[in-house]
Ligand binder design. Structure first.
Ligand SMILES: [Zn+2]
Length: 243
């Protein structure tokens, strides 16, 4: 079931920043459907990422993690080597940011995901965004230690739930890594609509590594945060929530 009340809460962002500085997040499909094993195409790379500032997603049949920034959309398959995604590639789930004005902060060395989350929340609070309605697009460029990226094997029908798929995920650990992490800070709610908390995907500076980022600790990094509103489109039902 789609929780309309929670979806509405997510969209009820009232930042103090001007509307011209506000960006927009468009999510296709809800987390619950993805976790139940709906890995069929709900959108395409071309459709979901048109005009994208940054974004994340997963490829049809879970055939790789999707990472987008700098006008490029990559797919990171189970071998961990990024390839530029085909524009016609189907996606069961995507979250894409457009527009808005970035707020830039340097990140102290030794900052992990919880530290990054706290820093993002400071930026959000300074912009007048309420705690419970945390919605922001995030980009972190720099050098890191203790990085763990992951992808997972392409699935065959009948599809298994995502938790079972992720039991077979492939992890790529890097003692030292430089690159770009992009993604979103959503509310800390388990509403089965959005992915809660901080969710980042990465691509190495040499474009030879990437995937969903489990962990990373900054050495020298710059954080960019966009305060966003959000709309969620569920193609299976035709329902469109938010902006
Ligand atoms: Zn991910």
């Amino acid at each position: 079931m789609f929780d309309a009340a929670l979806a509405a809460a997510v969209t009820r962002t009232v930042p103090k920043i001007s509307p011209t500085e506000l960006g927009h997040i468009q999510q296709t499909e809800i987390v619950k459907d993805l976790f139940e094993g709906h890995y069929e195409s709900a959108t395409t790379v071309a459709q979901a990422f048109r005009g994208a500032l940054l974004g994340i997603g997963v490829a049809e049949a879970v055939d790789g993690e999707i990472v987008a920034f700098d006008n490029t959309v990559w797919r990171v398959p189970v071998d961990g080597i990024p390839v530029v995604a085909d524009r016609a590639l189907g996606l069961p789930f995507s979250v894409v940011a457009r527009g808005g004005t970035a707020i830039t902060e340097s990140v102290a060395a030794g900052t992990d995901f919880s530290g990054l989350t706290a820093l993002i929340d400071e930026v959000r609070k300074a912009a007048g965004q309420h705690d419970d309605h945390a919605v922001a697009a995030v980009r972190v460029d720099g050098t890191f230690t203790g990085v763990v990226l992951r992808s997972e094997p392409r699935q065959q029908r009948p599809y298994r739930p995502l938790t079972e798929v992720l039991e077979h995920e492939v992890r790529f650990p890097f003692a030292n890594w430089s690159g770009t992490l992009v993604g979103f800070r959503f509310p800390d709610v388990n509403d089965q609509v959005v992915i809660p908390g901080l969710h980042l995907h990465g691509i190495g500076a040499d474009r030879q590594s990437g995937g969903h980022c489990h962990r990373a600790v900054t050495v020298a990094a710059t954080l960019r945060v966009w305060i966003d509103d959000v709309g969620i489109f569920v193609p299976m039902t035709g329902v469109h929530y938010g902006g």
